[in-house]
Ligand binder design. Structure first.
Ligand code: F42
Length: 331
């Protein structure tokens, strides 16, 4: 049975996200993912507060990266969180957002090595081992906690490119695929399978999540209006081969990119088309969203993550998902 996850961006304060997390847990969501960018609020403070006020939902960063945060610190944060919420903690890690990293002078060097090594270091530190590591990106002479961490922390790798997806299949307990359209999810799942096959692992050992930009409302127009700003940023950040795969006019995409650069929101959002919304979000009435989720499940997705904007009003959208979407997959 598919699990449901929910993603929040901590540009919202901790108490609001905690309130939504409680609501999501009551409705049957199994995973809470909090994004990590230095220019939002802190991911671990947000996760901790949400974990205190919930009982069952699994919590984790979705996703941190090995450049801003040394994996030794990530391990320290999550093993501590795992004492507070035993058995409910996971790590989500990816290469990081190039633009955000560049804005603080951090270079994304050798991302495949960085993620692979960070996962290794994290896993061994979280098991309480003494870690001595001579990698391409990380060199650790010897690191070990002064206390014994308890329990296992599953690792999910957030990935988009073919090589990172294959690596995620190899080294992860789960994969967070940042895609919404069946064509993109199918492509990504095949890349994950390539990685899995290389090391003789089984695909179904992994928890593979479609980490989507989602917007639901009973009125389609309202759902679409809420999706527009998020889709504008996704289009602006997408490479041309991805846009071409969805037959999106490259000139329109450039128009959006330029408008966003100058904070011309009207220009940027006004250029977002129906095709763009279809390609880069799961958006519509509850029935339309159920149909899209069913299409994605065919490719072997085991977790569906509802991400920003969720809907025009977050609380009402979570209620709608709890009442009309999740039950159609659990009954
Ligand atoms: N990023 C964030 O910063 N914060 C978040 O909260 C966040 C959430 C999130 C959730 C799910 C998800 O899937 C992604 C998420 N991201 C988030 C984005 C993530 O951090 C990455 O930016 C995103 O996944 C895009 O990276 P990618 O997985 O496509 O990997 C990039 C680096 C890439 O180019 N990959 C190529 C590929 O084919 O996969 C490989 C590039 C390559 O071969 N590099 C070489 C190497 O050795 O690594 C050489 C390059 C060199 O430096 O020399």
């Amino acid at each position: 049975m598919v699990k449901f996850g929910i993603e929040f961006v901590p540009k919202e304060p901790y108490w609001k996200i905690t309130f939504y997390a409680i609501q999501a847990e009551r409705g049957g969501f199994s995973n809470l993912w909090i994004t990590d960018h230095f220019n939002n609020r802190n991911v671990y403070v947000t996760l901790t507060t949400a974990a205190i006020y919930t009982n069952k939902i699994t919590v984790g960063p979705g996703v941190t990266n090995p450049y801003m945060v040394n994996p030794v610190f990530t391990a320290q944060a999550l093993v501590t969180l795992n004492e507070l919420a035993p058995g409910r903690v996971v790590l989500g890690i990816g290469a990081g957002d190039k633009t955000t990293l560049a804005s603080v002078g951090v270079e994304m060097r050798k991302p495949l090595s960085a993620v692979r090594e960070a996962v290794d270091i994290f896993r061994n530190m979280a098991r309480g081992e003494n870690v001595a590591y001579e990698g391409k990106v990380f060199q650790i002479a010897g690191a070990k906690f002064f206390f014994k961490p308890k329990g296992e922390i599953p690792i999910y790798v957030g990935a988009q490119g073919p090589k990172m997806l294959a690596l995620a299949g190899k080294i992860g307990d789960g994969v967070l695929i940042n895609a919404c359209h069946p064509d993109d999810v199918e492509y990504a799942v095949n890349c994950v399978k390539n990685g899995v096959q290389e090391i003789g692992k089984q695909f179904n050992e992994l928890d593979v999540a479609a980490y989507t930009s989602f917007s639901v409302h009973k009125d389609l127009k309202k759902a679409m209006k809420a999706a527009v700003p998020v889709v504008a940023f996704i289009v602006a950040g997408s490479p041309s081969q991805v846009l071409e795969r969805h037959e999106i006019d490259l000139k329109k995409a450039e128009e959006i990119r330029e408008a966003l650069k100058t904070n011309d929101w009207g220009g940027a959002f006004g250029a977002v088309s129906k095709e763009m919304i279809d390609a880069f979000s799961v958006c519509g009435t509850p029935i339309m969203c159920i149909e899209r989720i069913n299409q994605l499940l065919k490719f072997g997705i085991s977790q569906f993550v509802v991400g920003s904007p969720i809907g025009p009003k977050v609380k009402a959208a979570i209620d709608l998902i709890n009442e009309e979407i999740i039950p159609s997959f659990t009954k």
